[in-house]
Ligand binder design. Structure first.
Ligand code: ATP
Ligand code: MN
Ligand code: MN
Length: 304
């Protein structure tokens, strides 16, 4: 034979202008989802994902061999960064950011399966523009209790003058996200979130804990307020997860939080059709709902 598979070299495959090597590489074995599929997924959801991930410092989960192989968190620029991915300065540190669909596909080309932004933008990295309450059930806690916890968080945010938006994580918990007008700093955001988590534990200590020690979580939901510290991240809305089944962290409308909700059904394979088939954005009004962080959990507290 003169060459492998004939002499004509296949045209370079591009998605959003980014050349993909090994487009047929399977990233999620169970679903047969390839690198090409993931690149096209990002092209399809970019309009929904980028408002929450563009122009923010990112932590990325890179799994060069796919979801079943070893993955690592990348917080810093790496060698050979595509020009569609920016190396940016955040204080004394260097971070990675994207601006557009090409940036998302360039991340796929670099083996990135998960995208985890800061809750602040590059324009104003010291003042968070969202608060994330991350509900982490212990192994023995059912999803009914997680649903109830999300409603509880929503109510407490509302009582403080904030608007909560719901998303699945692609894992066992849920996130409730409140958009903020970025005025207060990280320390104040952390203190507010800690007070909210602490009040939930105070009022229902058999259901909730805000202690991060694993041993204290048995039978309870850890109300993880630590997503609201400088440098912390939460998985982006519409980011896939490097877990079996190719789940996606998916924004939901509150009326979708039903006993029949199965977060595992929201995947790289199903979410683009869900978006295309609905005229309603489950997070409609997110940007307009931003409020300054209240000075306390009490309603009517003076905004900063
Ligand atoms: P689940 O619903 O299964 O809890 P999750 O995404 O909320 O999914 P957590 O373990 O609660 O998972 O982590 C919350 C967030 O904290 C993650 O989305 C991620 O952004 C960040 N995180 C967790 N572990 C690390 C880590 N080792 N390095 C960097 N960031 C991390
Ligand atoms: Mn969690
Ligand atoms: Mn957590």
């Amino acid at each position: 034979a003169t060459s492998k598979r004939g002499s004509a070299k296949a045209a370079t495959e591009r998605v959003a202008g980014i050349a993909l090597t090994h487009p047929d590489r399977v990233l999620w074995e169970g679903q047969g989802i390839t690198k090409r599929d993931l690149a096209r997924y990002h092209e399809a959801v970019a309009g929904h994902l980028l408002p929450h991930a563009a122009n923010r410092p990112l932590t990325l989960v890179r799994c060069p061999g796919g979801s079943g192989t070893s993955c690592f968190f990348a917080k810093h620029p790496w060698a050979g960064l595509d020009p569609a991915v920016e190396a940016v300065r955040v204080g004394d540190d260097e971070a990675v950011a994207v601006r557009d669909p090409a940036g998302l596909v360039a991340l796929v080309q670099a083996g990135v399966l998960e995208i985890h932004p800061w809750g602040a933008t590059l324009a104003d990295p010291e003042r968070p523009d969202r608060l994330v309450i991350d509900l982490d059930p212990a192994e023995d806690v059912g999803f009914d209790a997680v649903r109830a916890a999300a409603l509880e968080v929503r109510g407490r945010l509302e009582a403080a003058g904030l608007v909560g938006f719901l998303k699945t994580t692609g894992g066992k918990g849920l996130h409730v996200v409140a958009p903020l007008v970025p005025r207060a700093g990280w320390e104040e955001a952390r203190a507010f979130a800690a007070a909210l988590a602490g009040s939930m534990e105070h009022d229902a200590p058999s259901r909730f804990t805000h202690a991060s020690r694993k041993a204290e979580r048995t039978g309870r939901i850890f109300v993880d307020y630590l997503r609201n510290t400088r440098g912390a991240t939460a998985v982006a809305p519409y980011s896939p997860r490097a877990r079996p089944g190719a789940p996606v962290a998916t924004p939901l409308a509150w009326d979708e939080l039903t006993p029949g909700l199965r977060p595992g059904d929201l995947t790289v394979a199903t979410v683009p059709a869900r978006l295309a088939g609905s005229t309603r954005d489950p997070w409609e009004g997110f940007a307009a709902a931003a409020r300054p962080l209240p000075t306390s959990l009490e309603r009517g507290a003076t905004p900063r």
